[in-house]
Design a binder for this molecule. Sequence first.
Ligand code: FAD
Length: 400
Amino acid sequence: MLSNETNHNSEHAKLSFENTEIAFRHSSNTDLNRAYWLFRIININFLVKIGPPITNFAIKIGLPIKSLIKATIFKHFCGGETIAECNNTIKNLHSGGVGTILDYSIEGEDDEVVFDNTRDEIIRTIVRAATDKAVPITVFKITGVGRFALLEKLDTRQPLTAEEEKEWQKVQNRVLAICDKAHASNVPAMIDAEESWIQETIDLLALTMMSRFNTQKAIVYNTYQMYRHDKLASILNDHEIAMVEGFILGAKIVRGAYMEKERKRALENGYASPIQPDKKATDLDYDSALDYCTSNIDKIAFIAGTHNEESCRLLAELLDTKQIDHKHPHVYFSQLLGMSDNLSFNLANSKYNVAKYVPYGPIKAVLPYLFRRAQENTAIAGQMSRELSLIVKEKKRRSK
Ligand SMILES: Cc1cc2nc3c(=O)[nH]c(=O)nc-3n(C[C@H](O)[C@H](O)[C@H](O)COP(=O)(O)OP(=O)(O)OC[C@H]3O[C@@H](n4cnc5c(N)ncnc54)[C@H](O)[C@@H]3O)c2cc1C
């Protein structure tokens, strides 16, 4: 026992997120220079503020800026406009031991034809994953296959009109078609979490899919946002349901992406915000969720979607102290393409399961995603962003 522990600990001691040589081994000097200039521009808060309206306006009046976007910010954060265009990124990540999660990033659509097309595209990502271990997991958003306002109405439990009932049936059929294909292809499919005022409907749908398709293996994963004060309890509750019904719980654990929007809506509508009182409370619940899932690793398959170094380190430690194999199929670390390569590639180098979201889609449809990534990476209190400082460190190392 003692020698085993020593072994695990010494393995863990080697895990460092500071090694930029490993983090950027897959990036050429040209890639690194492009990333350097990109993040320098993104660090200028003013430019990030005025960027989105100027870009949208330029596209609207037909200025030829798509190729400029494609060669810069799009190239950094996205795999391509189609699955085929993502092939180089998939190979590149795989060469560093990191898997790809193809994320068809079309947002804000409200049209039945688009919803059917999105369902078909998600199914194509599953087909692409089925024959390539470099693409171990797939993902989709319920709002990619159903109208936001309809989900919102369902969440309030208002009765639907006959027309809406038919529409809702179509949404459920699309989700079923995706999960059915995932199950038949033996490829896990994660369902992203969204705004709290549509999330209950998403949760119910996800749980129904899990109970149907996760009896032998975790195929469907729901997402739990730990910035919500009720979501640690949801994991425990859903685990209980899974135990009673006899299926494996699939859980993607994130902190949550819509905090400002959530707080603003709660304030405007006079209800208690679902968000934790502070960051510390979110972090505590996030780390408790990792602890809970690792303690129940036989019955919970989970993916830690985070760029937080402490949480990644904690999860690595939990696996070692609980003597869970780094390659246990029930645990994955996950980051977004173009961010936190120091975490992804150093974890993969220590033989943990890691996969990155690789967003793709037509440039215009992906723009809101790109604007969010830019906003996230602006300088804080005059300091270089974490990404930029890592790139600078690696450039210095290479020039030596
Ligand atoms: C692979 C992957 C998949 C993802 N999927 C989803 C998804 O399906 N749905 C979704 O909503 N998000 C998703 N996200 C985004 C995620 O929820 C976070 O917004 C983002 O990753 C930042 O959190 P962090 O854990 O990386 O790190 P950190 O930088 O440590 O945490 C920042 C986060 O902490 C929380 N926070 C910050 N300040 C406070 C405060 N004052 N009070 C309470 N909480 C606070 C917020 O959630 C904020 O985003 C995903 C992220 C990744 C990497």
